[in-house]
Write a protein that binds this ligand. Structure first.
Ligand code: B3K
Ligand code: ZN
Length: 873
């Protein structure tokens, strides 16, 4: 890192309440792409909870050109304040005063997409975590909650629509073809929830009547011409509103809820109060442009941002270390929403896959952190799968321990205590504990320790006493983890005839149950299950009741047996995955026959749902395998995975083509669960058929040509490319010709080509990045081409000549010039480097050294790359 001051680390332990509070904020925006004027009037008063001694006050502000500054209507002179690159210091302040500033900013040249920026021809904002300081001088921290009044002025022709948070108070015309709107948000909020949008957009309007009978106006704004892709998002919003009332008894509070979709966005979406701003990816889709997976994602993200209105906005975070307070909880809530809207078991499988591939890897890598981190250099680097998804697992454990009713009691108490304020993770746990009289002291280590615990289980059966003894030991290698966890383990027992065998446990209050919950709290602990009438195979950690690695020594036969007979759907799937890993990681060649047998039985069983079947026939992905393989043998994993897939393709030849034909004949255009499941299994079958069916290529072509749904079209396109069929280049061109003016569809087109396991892919990426549909300033495009390559194309990213690493390192250097967050995210793709073989490690090291030596490297990238380099030195 050259020419930059040393990055500062922020620590959770250093938290102090703010010296001042802001009561009201009045903002005026005079919008102009290159020279927007932001006038601000802050009513400040000393915080009664501070020590009261501060004579000076610091306000954050970055990249702002100060035009005017007054305190209590008196213009300040230079001795009254100091300005540096991080903000403004007022040198003498009284207990109560009004600060007025006017600054100029340049939104059109804001490619970092943080603060106020221009996307397409509209203005929009992104303030979380610390973007508001790029708009005006402010106490940019989540525990300063204020009432916002906003006035926006702009050209009426170019920006007929001027939006901000809350309720619209007024609007009208001004001279020179300008107009204005005025907004007031009655709910106190931190500035990270501020939003502004200005532009010329199409509107889909609807209405929702709340359970208390209030009418809420719903407004979804999309780019001109995209209304035909916006209905599903609106339906999802209404479903989310109804669900939150039903399940959590939470009603929307303002009279207006707006969503705006923008094409340039650093992440998925943002929950700004009353004015969500979304990446188009999570709004726009109709059956011709969006896949079944896209629809599920849209529903889930629309839900997620809506649910934040209570878990995030009404109760917000005291400081950014508490991020999981809102994110873990809201992810848990959106997962429940999807479970209730779709299939609970299948959603659970999909969520656990994310934990096992991405989160376990993060926990084992250089960026490992507890769900409540203790330190950061750049907060944006901590919007992670640990804070979000492991955070959601921790909330889920509370739900498992307390039950639905107890959990809801805890939520009510949490809102009663903290509504309208900024809270901590400890506050949340205290509410859950107090509402249920349940001691959660030990449970809290889930918040403070990083790393993934391993839960080892041995068992023995004492026939004469009908007692099954389970010996648990827990172990967490991470340096931050010295205390044993509080681990809920849901279990059942599977008998020799596929039956579920009942059991009792006096210790855990279980009498003659077929499924029950026990809690492991000790480093080593034996649990006795009584009344076990026969020899059984224990089925443990059902539904993945804790984010741990379960280490249990099943024989191959037992795994195959559980795959066929476990009474818990999740564990059934899990047994199948473990069985495949015996071949893939443990290199047990002979087991492939049993896998084929097990698949055949599963696929022929008419009573099993096709969505579940489609999940079961997916071979564990390389990321998960690499994470699970103690030696990280990339080449062998890639080879063995190919071998297994081919073997299953050939061994089950008849089954795949029978399924394909059956499901293809019966297919419809619906988006309901059964149709989606049928398509998933059908396309999985088509993928396997590549290894055997002679007509395979013709079938792929036909499916591609006939497709009316993107799910069908994209599967054919993807299969043609991944199996390098002769027709692949023709299909790729046809897809492009048809869809080149739909940016979201072109993201798919780029992503599939970037993920092809072929020596030619690097060249292809070099060509694609000069295609007119690619734009390196657009985060969706960067993710489609570069992140997909690094995350999903194992063989080419990890090329032994280091060329894959070089491609990504050079992209990071290029992108860091204008968008630090996107660059840092890409840099995280190297985080498993310590597990690589020496030759690859050396290449990574060489490339990352180039990155770290870049002039003016951002602190975002510095934090990720310096930690990664440390891990391989
Ligand atoms: N809260 C935002 C994420 C903000 C990310 C800032 N780098 C979206 C969400 O989690 O709902
Ligand atoms: Zn969120």
């Amino acid at each position: 890192m050259k020419n930059a001051s040393a990055p500062v680390t922020h620590y959770r332990k250093d938290y102090l309440p703010p010296d001042f509070l802001i009561e009201t904020v009045k903002l005026k925006f005079e919008l102009d792409p290159n020279a927007t004027l932001v006038s601000s009037e802050l009513m400040l008063r000393r915080n009664p909870q501070s020590d009261g001694l501060a004579q000076k006050l610091f306000l954050n502000g970055e990249g702002l050109t100060l035009k005017a500054i007054f305190i209590d209507d008196e213009e300040l002179t230079e001795k009254d304040y100091d300005i540096d690159e991080s903000g403004l210091t007022l040198n003498r302040v009284s207990d109560r005063f009004v600060l007025k500033t006017c600054v100029e900013i340049d939104p059109a040249n804001n490619a970092a997409l943080e603060g106020l920026y221009v996307s397409g021809d509209k203005f929009c904002t992104q303030c979380e975590a610390e973007g508001f300081r790029k708009i005006t001088f402010y106490m940019d921290r989540p525990d300063v909650l204020a009432e916002f009044f906003v006035r926006i002025e702009a050209d009426k022709t170019q920006y007929p629509l001027l939006l901000s948070n809350g309720n619209k108070l007024d609007s009208g015309d001004l001279s020179e073809n300008k107009h204005y709107t005025e907004w007031h948000d009655p709910f106190l909020k931190p500035c990270y929830l501020f939003a502004l949008v200005a532009g010329d957009l199409d509107l889909l309007a609807d209405e929702f009547v709340t359970h208390s009978g209030r009418k809420i106006a719903l407004e979804l704004y999309v780019d001109k011409g995209k209304l035909d892709q916006s209905q599903f998002a609106m339906e999802s919003l209404k479903n989310a509103m109804a669900w939150d009332e039903k399940r959590y008894n939470l009603e929307y509070d303002l009279d207006l809820y707006m969503i705006v979709a923008v094409g340039d966005f650093n992440m998925g979406a943002m929950e700004n109060k009353g004015l969500n701003i979304f990446n188009t990816k999570y709004v726009l889709a109709n059956p011709a442009t969006g896949t079944d997976q896209d629809f599920e994602n849209i529903e889930s993200v629309i839900g997620h941002e809506y649910f934040h209105n209570w878990t995030g906005n009404r109760v917000t975070c005291r400081d950014w270390f508490q991020l999981s307070l809102k994110e873990g909880l809201t992810v848990f809530r959106d997962q429940q929403f999807t479970e209730d809207m779709r299939s609970k078991a299948v959603k659970r499988i999909d969520d656990v896959k994310v934990i096992r591939s991405y989160q376990f890897a993060e926990d084992a890598g250089p960026m490992a952190h507890p769900i409540r981190p203790d330190a950061y250099i750049e907060m944006n680097n901590f919007y992670t799968v640990t804070v979000y998804n492991k955070g959601a697992e921790v909330i889920r454990m509370l739900h498992t321990l307390l039950g639905e009713e107890g959990f809801q009691k805890g939520m009510s108490l949490y809102f009663k205590r903290h509504d309208g304020s900024a809270a901590t993770c400890d506050d949340f746990v205290a509410a859950m504990s107090d509402a249920n009289q349940f001691n959660l002291d030990q449970f809290k280590y889930w918040y403070s320790q990083a790393g993934t615990p391993t839960l080892r289980v041995d068992y023995d059966y004492d026939e004469s006493n009908q007692c099954l003894k389970l010996h648990f030991s827990q172990n967490n290698a991470h340096e931050s983890a010295s205390e044993p966890y509080f681990i809920p383990v849901k279990l059942g027992l599977v008998g020799t005839k596929g039956n579920q065998v009942s059991f009792s446990s006096a210790e855990f209050g279980l009498t003659n149950v077929e499924e029950g919950l026990i809690i492991v709290t000790q480093p080593n602990q034996t649990v006795n299950l009584e009344g076990v009438s026969e020899e059984v195979i224990p089925s443990l950690l059902r539904d993945f009741t804790a984010p741990v690695k379960l280490d249990i020594n099943y024989s191959d036969q037992q795994l195959a047996y559980l795959f066929a007979n476990d009474g818990n759907t999740f564990n059934r799937w899990d047994a199948g995955q473990r069985l495949m890993q015996r071949f893939l990681i443990d290199e047990e060649d002979s087991i492939k026959e049993s896998i084929a047998e097990a698949f055949r039985a599963l696929l022929n069983d008419q009573s099993i749902d096709n969505a579940f079947k489609a999940r079961c026939v997916q071979i564990p992905d390389l990321k998960t395998l690499f994470e699970n393989d103690p030696n990280g043998r990339i080449d062998s994993l890639i080879e063995r995975r190919k071998t297994l897939k081919k073997f299953l393709g050939i061994a089950l030849e008849d089954t795949w083509s029978r399924l394909y034909n059956q499901l293809h004949r019966a297919s419809d255009l619906d988006l309901d669960g059964v149709s989606v499941a049928n398509r998933a299994l059908k396309n999985a079958s088509l993928d396997y058929m590549a290894f055997s069916s002679e007509q395979h290529e013709a079938i792929v072509i036909k499916q591609f040509e006939d497709a009316k749904l993107m799910t069908e079209e994209l599967s054919a396109f993807s299969i043609a490319n991944h199996h390098e069929l002769e027709v692949a280049s023709k299909i790729t061109q046809a897809f492009y010709d048809k869809w080149h003016s739909e940016p979201l569809v072109m993201d798919k087109w780029l992503a599939i080509q970037a993920s092809v396991d072929s020596l030619d892919t690097l060249n292809r990426i070099q060509t694609l990045r000069h295609d007119r549909v690619f734009n390196i300033k657009n985060p969706n495009k960067v993710r489609a081409l570069f992140s997909t390559f690094a995350a999903l194309n194992f063989s080419q990213f990890h090329r032994i000549d280091g060329a894959g690493y070089r491609l990504i390192a050079e992209a990071i250097i290029e992108i860091d010039e204008f968008n630090n967050q996107v660059a840092a995210n890409l840099a995280k793709q190297f985080s498993s480097a310590a597990k690589l073989d020496d030759a690859r490690k050396m290449h990574v090291q060489q490339q990352l050294k180039k990155v770290i030596d870049k002039e003016n490297l951002s602190k975002d990238v510095f934090e990720v790359v310096s930690k990664t380099l440390e891990s391989i030195e």
